[in-house]
Design a protein around this ligand. Sequence first.
Ligand SMILES: C[S@@+](CC[C@H](N)C(=O)[O-])C[C@H]1O[C@@H](n2cnc3c(N)ncnc32)[C@H](O)[C@@H]1O
Length: 428
Amino acid sequence: MNGDGSPGSAAALAAQLTREGHLAPAWRDAFAQVDRARFLPDRIWVRGGSRGEAPGEGGYHPVDRAADPARWHTLAYEDRALVTHVEDPHLTDDGTETARVPVSSASMPRIVARMLDALDIDRDVAGTDSVSAGGTGTNGIRVLEIGTGTGYNAALLSHRLGDRNVVSVEVDPRIADTARANLKAAGHAPTVHTGDGTQGASAYAPYDRTIVTCALHTVPHALVEQTAPGGVIVLPWGTGLYNGVLLRLTRTTDPATTDPATASGPVIGDSAFMWNRGEIPHRDVMATVRAHPATGTAPAATGLDPRAVFGDEDATFTAGVLVPGCRYSVGHGPEGEFTLWLADHATGSWAGVDYVPGAGTHPLQQHGPRALWDEVREAYGWWRRAGSPARTRYGLTVTPTHQYVWLDTPNHPVSRPMDRTAPVCDGH
Ligand SMILES: C[S@@+](CC[C@H](N)C(=O)[O-])C[C@H]1O[C@@H](n2cnc3c(N)ncnc32)[C@H](O)[C@@H]1O
């Protein structure tokens, strides 16, 4: 065990997170006792940083414990996300090898700490303080986790609440098996269920808390139904333009309301997570553009600088809410010029805006049934007229049939109620 506080240990990671203000006192012991390294495979993947690449550039490259034990060990206790499973690389139509696609990871420890703190497990549903930091689970709070991944998060919860009060669901059977083995080796035995977490885990419901560790766009109503009235749901939420924010929803407490199985709550911060496997947006914007060549479109231009929208995270978040199904990518030129591409794969619509430094207007192409740049421009105009609200002023309400995004209060919806039978992401 690395409980001695030495560099490169669970205790040192807990101390660092505490020093930097990321770890609530109630979770310090759990982070110091549950050894993150035990939950990592011998091969982990980090982005960029291989020969000739700056961090953040390029694809993911492996760090093998056997070949580079010092680096592997250092990474295990750093406050950074580590990819633990990747899909095999594959060749595209033109014969080039694509970057490996990460499918599971150990999340960044400060985000893990933030989400666990937001669950508020120290209070039972009636509002009574009762869980000790030492973790005996005396208040009987029961937690459902979606996205078991390595099992680290489930182990932290088990440490605080006891194995019997933690149920975790993982969609990928190989990853679920590995998580079970990791948990067992670390002395924990929460229930790990293999299945699609968007269905929840009804056999063990109800739960007092639900934590989702893959990004959702459509919040499944099963998660609301299986969370007890007054319970809390913490989840990463994203759109095709912005992945994403952290939401903290509270399940309706009043059984007398006409719509009791409703959950609602605000954005409480940022979080970029891997997508729920059923909602991965179409990855390749340019494939949509290439598949639908523009023919005979009249030259057009826009006076809106694309950086005003895509250089401001609050504006981008708002555009993601108001322009469903849209993705973007940017092709950079050598002199600061770039083309912003927008695409909606489901309808084959796309737009391209050319930015040239110093130019007052920007050449524009739009193609297909949706005028995507016009939609983005209207969303931006709405955001400006609303006073350029920060994304933490938004929230989400989920009912049995719909979900909608609101500004400041649930009675100020900003998105059309979205029928969950017509998800925004196209599932590719
Ligand atoms: C960021 S990782 C989770 C990290 C994890 N909580 C941990 O402590 O290591 C996201 C996980 O969600 C899983 N996942 C994605 N979609 C899912 C779904 N619909 N149901 C259950 N698990 C899902 C992925 O396979 C992946 O293992």
